[in-house]
Design a binder for this molecule. Structure first.
Ligand SMILES: [Zn+2]
Length: 329
């Protein structure tokens, strides 16, 4: 399988994130990169597909913020990574404020997703990596793996969160439609609900989104991913903490059957390895060897498939988990 990665994705180096009442070392760090690269072997560097595919998904004001926020943060006399600290609750007006703290709050939903000096560069090339993977599939390859980092599935049209800034699955779904594909299936198997992808494609008839994830009653992102949000082109399959492979398989089968009913002509997989039993921020019990049958089952859909990387924070197991999944696939 062709694998894509760009070294400029390393320029995002968050020092810390704020959750559970304190600052913690960032879980989404560069150690993940080396673990995955060591496991997947040779990678191809993407060409530059430009801003247009990003603009089909994300608002201009939001993209401007991602690019400029850290410069404005420094200009405001701050140090380190840019963090928001106040947020407009649902229903508040868009006021077009200019202070950096207001702008960060307008476009963020958590305090775990800071913007550093290299964040925009890393995000831009992560998106190009995804699009290069898609181009390989559209060009006749049966599948490709885009090692997207930072991840993407929590990012909405105009917001960041959950270590995500640009939504790679969404960018590639729109690009595939633009290239003439008629119906896109997105299967999200990260531990956390892909809230950004759901928001971006709600009420669409050309993109179907199925997500298997931890019950948001107990787990991040809390406000999305509940079963009763399964309407039309959205299927949410929340599972309890402690779910092992035996508990996971029925949901995987359900999600695949449901996606196949929509008769897609392209599959995008948001693959997260944070369902692993050793993951430091998650609570499922999948083993490394379980990712091979997961990959095989998804491959049995027999669709041109782009796999994009989402989470996975058990660095010692991460490379093996990715290799197991890609090997099975
Ligand atoms: Zn996750």
């Amino acid at each position: 399988m062709r694998c894509f990665w760009d070294e400029r994705q390393r320029t995002h180096k968050p020092a810390a994130e704020f959750f559970n009442g304190g600052l913690h070392p960032a879980a989404e760090h560069e150690g993940r990169v080396d673990a995955i690269l060591a496991a997947i072997g040779t990678t191809e560097t993407p060409t530059d597909f430009g801003m247009e595919p990003l603009r089909r998904v994300h608002d201009d004001a939001y993209l401007d913020l991602l690019r400029d926020a850290h410069d404005e943060w420094l200009a405001a006399g701050r140090e380190g990574d840019a963090f928001p600290y106040t947020f407009p609750i649902v229903g508040r007006r868009r006021l077009g404020l200019s202070r950096i703290d207001a702008r960060l709050g307008q476009h963020s939903f958590d305090t775990s997703t800071p913007i550093g000096p290299g964040t925009w560069e890393a995000c831009y090339w992560s998106a190009q990596t995804a699009i290069a993977g898609l181009a390989a599939v559209l060009g006749g390859g049966s599948s490709a793996f885009a090692f997207t980092r930072p991840p993407g599935h929590h990012a909405g049209r105009d917001y960041l969160g959950g270590y995500s800034y640009l939504n790679h699955a969404a960018i590639c779904a729109e690009a595939a439609l633009q290239a003439g594909r008629r119906k896109i299936a997105i299967l999200d198997v990260d531990y956390h609900h892909g809230n950004g992808t759901q928001d971006i494609f709600a009420d669409r008839e050309d993109v179907f989104f199925a997500s298997i994830h931890a019950d948001p009653s107990t787990d991040y992102p809390f406000f999305w991913g509940h079963a009763d949000e399964s309407i039309g082109n959205i299927l949410n399959l929340p599972l309890p903490r402690g779910t092992d492979w035996n508990g996971y398989v029925p949901a995987l089968t359900h999600a695949i059957d449901w996606l196949e009913e929509s008769a897609p002509d392209l599959l995008i997989v948001s693959y997260g390895a944070d369902t692993h039993e050793n993951d430091p921020i998650s609570y499922f019990k999948l083993k490394t060897s379980d990712y091979a049958p997961m990959g095989r089952r998804i491959a049995s859909m027999d669709l041109p498939t782009l796999i994009v990387m989402e989470g996975g924070y058990a660095v010692e197991s991460l490379g093996d988990n990715v290799a197991s999944f890609l090997g099975g696939f």
